[in-house]
Design a protein around this ligand. Structure first.
Ligand code: MF3
Ligand code: CO
Length: 251
C-alpha cells in the first residue's frame, strides 16, 4: 500500500465529510456539563451523525462499541462511553469522532473543560492544540512528514509535557486509517515527502507527566501510566501547495 492522492472530486467529498464532522463535534461540545454520563454523549452523537445522513465510522471498528471516544482526565484516548461514567466539575474530557460521508472518512478530536477547570488543565489543553498548529506549519508540499512530528514534539516538550508514543496520526480517505503513520515525536527516518492531494489526520496526544501509557482491561481505554492528565487534539487536513486546508474546522 502507498499513500493515496485524492482527486479533485474526492477532495470535495472529504471537504463535506470534514465540514459535517466539525458541526457534529461543535454540537456534542455544547452538551458537555457536570452530571451527564459519557453514554449520554454517545447517544446524542449517534443521533446527530444520523441527522447528517452519515455513518459513524468508529462504531464496530475492530469491535469498538460506540460512535465517539470519550476519554476523561488521565484517559488518553479510546474511552468507551458508559452510563456510570458521570462527568464532574473540573474534569477535562476528550471527544474523538469520525464520520463517513459518501464513502469518505473524516476524523477529529477536541479536549474540553467540564465546568471550571484548573489553570494547569487549561494550559495542557492549550499546549496540545497549539502543538497541532506548530506541526502543520510543515504540512506543505515538498516538506517531509518527519518535520510535522518533530515540530509537535519540540513544542510540547518545551512546555514540560510529553507526547504519547504508542499511538500515532494517520492518512485518511476511503479508510479511517491509511498510510502513512504520523508519530507525534521525532524518529530517525525523514518519512515520506508530502504531496498535494494527501489527506492526513494529525493528532497530538499529550500527557502532563510521563509519556508511558497502558491499556485498561476493556482493551480500548488508553490511560497515562503515572495518572497525569492527558489531552488530545485532532483534525483531518489536506496538503496543498500552500497552507494546509483544515477540513474538520468550522469556517
Ligand atoms: N480517532 C481514532 C484514531 O485516530 C480512532 C478511534 S478507534 C475507534 O485513530 F475504534 F474508536 F474507532
Ligand atoms: Co485519528
Amino acid at each position: 500500500m502507498s499513500i493515496s492522492i485524492k482527486s479533485e472530486k474526492e477532495i470535495e467529498l472529504m471537504r463535506e465529510s470534514g465540514r459535517i464532522l466539525a458541526n457534529v463535534l461543535e454540537e456534542v461540545m455544547g452538551m458537555i456539563k457536570p452530571g451527564i454520563s459519557t453514554l449520554d454523549i454517545d447517544k446524542k452523537c449517534a443521533e446527530i451523525i444520523k441527522g447528517y445522513d452519515c455513518i459513524p465510522s468508529f462504531l464496530n471498528y475492530n469491535g469498538y462499541p460506540a460512535s465517539i471516544c470519550v476519554s476523561v482526565n488521565s484517559e488518553v484516548v479510546h474511552g468507551i462511553p458508559n452510563k456510570n461514567r458521570i462527568l464532574r466539575d473540573g474534569d477535562i474530557v476528550s471527544l474523538d469522532c469520525g464520520v463517513i460521508y459518501q464513502g469518505f472518512h473524516s476524523d477529529a478530536a477536541r479536549t474540553v473543560a467540564v465546568g471550571e477547570i484548573s489553570k494547569d488543565a487549561r494550559r495542557l489543553i492549550e499546549v496540545t492544540e497549539q502543538s497541532f498548529y506548530e506541526g502543520i506549519k510543515f504540512a506543505k508540499e515538498g516538506h517531509h512528514l518527519h518535520e510535522i512530528s518533530e515540530a509537535i514534539q519540540k513544542y510540547v516538550e518545551s512546555h514540560g509535557y510529553s507526547v504519547v508514543r504508542d499511538l500515532v496520526g494517520h492518512g485518511i480517505g476511503r479508510n479511517l486509517h491509511e498510510e502513512p503513520q504520523i508519530p507525534n515525536f521525532s524518529q530517525k527516518r525523514r518519512g515520506p515527502r508530502l504531496e498535494v492531494g494527501m489527506t492526513l489526520a494529525i493528532e497530538p496526544m499529550v500527557n502532563a507527566g510521563r509519556y508511558d501509557v497502558y491499556w485498561e482491561d476493556d482493551d480500548w481505554t488508553v490511560v497515562s501510566d503515572d495518572g497525569s492528565l492527558s489531552s488530545h487534539y485532532e483534525n483531518t487536513i489536506l496538503i496543498t501547495k500552500g497552507e494546509p486546508e483544515l477540513l474538520t474546522i468550522r469556517r
